[in-house]
Design a protein around this ligand. Sequence first.
Ligand code: VGL
Ligand code: ZN
Length: 203
Amino acid sequence: MNALIIVDLQNDFLPGGALPVPRGDEVIPVANKLQQRFELVLTTQDWHPPEHGSFAANHPGKKPGDRIMLDGIEQILWPVHCVQNTHGAEFATSFDTSRIAHVFHKGVERNIDSYSTFFDNAHRRDTGLADYLKERSIKDIYLMGLALDYCVKYSTLDARQLGLNTHVIVDGCRGIELERGDIHRALDEMRDVGAVLLRSGDL
Ligand code: VGL
Ligand code: ZN
């Protein structure tokens, strides 16, 4: 069996949100359509406590885009986003959530961020997704969502390390492009570790 994993289609990552991914809204119709082609649909939510260490506002004198050391590892600071149980953390209104079997939360620990849907950025804790897939003998995953150059990229790198056959549906992703070329480099990195990049129309 394979699984479609839809990453972080949350209000704060859409235009008008707190950490908008340019044209992030364009992937919602792709997500809604693709779900019909998969037996198992999983999603993730970036799910931060208000005091999360990745928020610039929680570090006096710092601004979004600055880098700090957080509990021993480098952390890019972001605007306050995807705070648990707020509108910004909710799934996009037009995103069809009726077929979702399970939602995995990430970024819940105050002192560590988690771009990957599998592990936090220091690989200290996992979200339960790897075990969930293993228990169901799922070896092929199809990833899409936001943001291509963060969550989708790091999830892909971890998935490959876990030995999963990993497909990235490129037209179902949009990137933040904090630095020019980030999207292009992310695509190269994912391809280099053996992920298959494809378009939703190929499925
Ligand atoms: C993400 C930045 C901050 C992501 C999460 O899921 O791509 N990016 N928090
Ligand atoms: Zn976040």
